[in-house]
Ligand binder design. Structure first.
Ligand code: HEM
Length: 393
């Protein structure tokens, strides 16, 4: 899953830099080395323009006519030279403000991020969530609710104790709040401001940001709790292969044997842990701007592994401006969150309307014995065995 996500984000975010490598040199003699009509047209089409012809043109004090001369100047850099130096981050800026990003006055590379964030990210993210809802609706129409096949016994069996259920609902409640407030933040300029106006959105945005920043701690805590409580039951074993080969018994009758968690649930568990941890890490990087840069070091490690080269992306850049670090953190945070939200929508479906008797496990903690026998036969047999041993002593 992680490898797939790497592939996804790299192919999406680096398609721009790959294009840059493919650009053929442009003849600029007609404009005296300045930008050409072709450059302007390309920019208007949203294509990457190789800026190297002007990024280095930031003036040379050596070329200045001496101030003592008749047409003397104060220096060898014109205003455009100076602005280019700001833009391409080569000006020697001194500032009283302290911090890693204080001397970056213009971040030229930020445009593609801005456009990607309000364009493809929002569009494909919404498609992913909408597609999952649609898929589940179709599944429901075809398969209907997964019922308890056998006769109900009227007896229950303890599935999750109150501490486990507390951890689950802390995780679920915080994730849902984070998902909603995150989407509000992402869709603000494109959807919510046009729909409700700046003033209404301003209030909503401030509230969303506050909730998002603070509830994140509850999510991280719950993630750790859930991991500690359930990791032992989610280690892969031989029963998972059989369960997967039989498609979890989703279609037709009969359920493949399973321990406390079946292979499908293990997949949910590890998605929540791995993707949740990744969202938390990038979220912390965003919560403490410029303090926790993660991407340059990650790119360095990926380059060393040869992964980007294998995908034809060449070496990833390992010198990132502080703002670029934040932009990658934002994209990663949002993309991984969209993927986890889609997975969780499916989980919520199967844990509620999709399967008779499942919700009780997290609602009351006790499930119908027949449900347990059908869905988790090995685990139920073990629990019943322990019970009968305890009863006979
Ligand atoms: C709010 C709607 C939700 C409902 C109705 C729900 C329901 C359930 C139920 C019934 C179970 C136990 C299944 C069993 O007994 O075998 C479960 C387990 C679990 N839930 Fe949720 N859940 C919800 C949201 C979430 C969210 C938002 C997350 C994580 C971000 C989450 C993570 C998990 C995990 C990791 C498990 C254990 C693995 C599994 O059973 O798939 N749940 N949930």
């Amino acid at each position: 899953m992680l490898r797939f996500l790497c592939l996804l984000v790299f192919s999406m975010t680096f398609s721009v830099s790959v294009q840059a490598q493919e650009v053929a040199p442009v003849d600029r003699s007609a404009t005296g080395g300045a930008q050409t009509l072709e450059d302007i047209m390309k920019r208007q089409e949203g294509l990457k323009v190789d800026d190297s012809f002007r990024s280095g043109v930031t003036g040379n004090p050596e070329n200045a006519a001496p101030i003592s001369g008749q047409l003397g100047t104060l220096g060898g850099a014109s205003d455009p030279d100076l602005w280019r130096a700001y833009r391409y981050n080569s000006a020697a800026i001194t500032t009283q403000a302290r911090g890693p990003a204080a001397d970056v006055l213009i971040q030229d590379g930020g445009m593609w991020w801005l456009e990607f964030r309000q364009g493809p990210l929002l569009k494909y993210g919404s498609w992913l969530l909408g597609g999952m809802v649609l898929l589940l609706a179709v599944f429901y129409l075809i398969r209907g609710r997964i019922r308890i096949d056998g006769e109900k016994t009227g007896q229950t069996i303890l599935r999750f104790n109150s501490v486990e259920r507390f951890a689950h609902w802390l995780l679920a409640g915080s994730f849902i709040l984070l998902g909603i407030t995150g989407l509000i933040t992402l869709a603000g300029r494109k959807v919510l401001i046009p729909a409700f106006g700046h003033e209404a959105f301003a209030t909503l945005a401030v509230a969303s940001k506050w909730v998002h920043n603070n509830v994140s701690w509850a999510f991280m805590l719950a993630l750790v709790l859930v991991f500690v409580f359930w990791v032992i039951h989610n280690l892969p074993d031989r029963t998972d292969i059989n369960w997967i080969l039989k498609g979890g018994g989703i279609f037709g009758h009969g359920h493949p044997p399973a321990k406390k968690f079946n292979a499908g649930q293990k997949l949910i568990f590890w998605s929540v842990i791995v993707l949740g941890a990744s969202i938390s890490a990038s979220g912390l990087s965003l919560l403490f701007p410029f303090e926790l840069p993660m991407f340059a070091v990650t790119f360095e490690k990926l380059n060393a592994l040869g992964l980007p080269q294998l995908l034809g992306l060449g070496e990833l850049t390992t010198t990132l401006a502080p703002h670029e670090e934040m932009q990658y953190a934002q994209l990663w945070h949002a993309i991984v969150s969209f993927v986890l939200m889609a997975i969780i929508i499916a989980h919520i479906y199967i844990g509620s309307v999709g399967m008779e008797g499942a919700y009780d496990a997290m609602g009351k903690g006790e499930v119908e014995l027949q449900w347990a026998r059908e869905h988790h036969s090995i685990w139920t047999a073990e629990v019943e065995e322990k019970k009968s041993q305890a009863g006979s002593t």
